[in-house]
Design a protein around this ligand. Structure first.
Ligand code: BG6
Length: 476
């Protein structure tokens, strides 16, 4: 009973939120670099306000982030000390292809990740690699309009050809696109999409999504061709929708809302556009241009496992009087009166994780992998950088209990669990450093002040014990 013997415990980060070194090693500029902290951030990440370059009025936290580019050895050693079996990280596309459309890759970028993966193995850690975690080279945005242009499929394919070959034997677990459904909610940050005045936004988003889905299928095919040992997953920003009431209209709305997100995974896992999506596109006059081979590519190259992030469940209502909203991972949701919330208003629902796992497993019957979960909170360190983060331990323990129930009591096949932001990093939603998720504290603030020194929080030793006991000992 309990988790599988080879359960992959670990933590997760993304290149743009921790590496920094934005202009080092031949790296090119990307969308994720030019999203500043502050009140313009939301308009920029949703593609409503144009920000293609740095300006002097804003602070851009991804430029230096937590400087993992120079400090990864120290950080990976700390992950090793916690007993990580896996470390989820992403490749910055513009380190490998600085502009995105070159034919030859940048050797310095390739070498950087090769060294990093070797460092992981030195500590017995299996890398889990997200090929794109929101990033798109700026040149592809300016010259091609990012993923709205079919040419992006070819550029992404080149990236995959290069990295699968170069990292054969070093990396076995791959995710094609982080939170692929984020294209609907944060199209500039998620897919480099900026909308011109008068453009049909839905048409552009779904066309771009089609290109990503085809690119994901091609990546899956190449990964399997290059090394049959490779396991490729899709990645969903998950969180089951609850109807606010048992009114049939609310229940129906909840089902429709879930489908907006499942659409992507239905294609990646089942290999075809689901009937409800075809009907929706037709109804809304969205005409997706496809090439003859697309449907076959999708059909023949489905993913091996389903990975997802989970922070909270979501709620919908058809009653205009039920309109108290809550924030959460860039998705609008009605506030759930039964749940507590984090300092950023994200509602806390461990049982919702079990509900979400069951929905996904029922639907796809493929192994699941929880690749993000955690609590963003304000930490107050003592003079040694130690944080007594019982609130974080409690959040994680409750979620681990729920996922254990899903495995033991419901029979869900779960490959692993990587907590989000295992080391403090820049928040994707807000650009803040103040919103911390880590077991490791990083001395840096929202304005970029601090020594960048790392120190262990109370949760560091707690998670170490959780991993050592394969999830049996959650006490603290
Ligand atoms: C997910 C992303 O949406 O949530 C991460 O994949 C992100 O990149 C995480 O950091 C937590 O969100 P936030 O806004 O608190 O950083």
């Amino acid at each position: 009973m309990g988790f599988r013997k080879d359960f992959l415990w670990g933590g997760a980060t993304a290149a743009n939120q921790c590496e920094g070194g934005y202009n080092e090693g031949g790296r090119g500029l990307a969308n994720v670099d030019v999203v500043p902290i502050g009140e313009d951030r939301r308009a920029i990440i949703t593609g409503k306000k144009k920000m293609f370059e740095f300006d002097d009025e804003h602070f851009y936290p991804a430029k230096e982030a937590i400087d993992m580019y120079h400090r990864y050895k120290e950080d990976i050693a700390l992950f090793g000390e916690m007993g990580f079996k896996t470390y989820r990280l992403s490749i910055a596309w513009s380190r490998i292809f600085p502009k995105g459309d070159e034919t030859e890759p940048n050797e310095e970028g390739l070498k950087f990740y090769e060294d990093l993966f070797k460092e992981c193995h030195k500590h017995g850690i299996e890398p889990l690699v997200t090929i794109t975690h929101f990033d798109c080279p700026m040149h592809l945005i300016k010259e091609y309009g990012a993923w709205r242009n079919r040419a992006l499929i070819g550029f992404y394919e080149n990236l995959c050809q290069v990295i699968f070959r170069r990292y054969k034997g070093l990396v076995k677990y791959w995710l094609t696109f982080n939170e692929i459904n984020m294209i609907l909610h944060a199209p500039f940050m998620g897919a480099g999409l900026y909308f011109e005045e008068g453009e049909n936004v839905e048409q552009v988003k779904y066309q771009a999504a089609h290109h990503e889905l085809v690119a994901s299928a091609i990546a899956t095919r190449i990964a399997h061709e290059v090394d049959p040992e490779n396991k490729v997953g899709c990645m969903l920003a998950a969180g089951h929708y609850y109807p606010y009431s048992c009114k049939p209209e609310d229940v129906f709305k909840a089902q429709q809302s879930d489908r907006e997100n499942y659409f992507f995974i239905d294609v990646q896992s089942r290999g075809e556009y689901p009937a409800y999506a075809l009907k929706k596109l037709e109804r809304e006059g969205i005409d997706i241009k496809m090439e003859a081979e697309d449907l076959q590519l999708l059909k023949e190259n489905t993913v091996d496992f389903i990975s997802f992030s989970y922070y909270s469940s979501r709620v919908v209502s058809t009653d205009p009087k039920v309109n108290e909203k809550t924030s959460g991972n860039l998705f609008a949701s009605v506030k759930n009166p039964y749940l507590e919330a984090s300092e950023w208003g994200w509602q806390i629902d461990p049982l919702g994780l079990r509900v979400t796992m069951n929905s996904l497993y029922d639907r796809y019957q493929k192994p699941l992998f929880i690749v993000e979960n955690g609590l963003g909170a304000v930490d107050v360190p003592d003079e040694n950088g130690y944080v007594e983060d019982d609130y974080r331990i409690e959040y994680l323990a409750e979620h681990i209990k729920a996922m254990k129930d899903a495995v033991e009591l419901d029979g869900v096949d779960l490959l692993g669990y990587t907590t989000w932001g295992c080391i403090d990093l820049v928040s994707a939603g807000t650009g803040e450093m103040k919103k911390r998720y880590g077991f490791i504290y990083v001395d840096r603030d929202n304005e970029g002040n601090g020594t960048l020194a790392r120190s262990k929080k109370k949760s560091f030793d707690w998670y170490k014990k959780v991993i050592a006991s394969n999830g049996e000992d959650l006490s603290f």
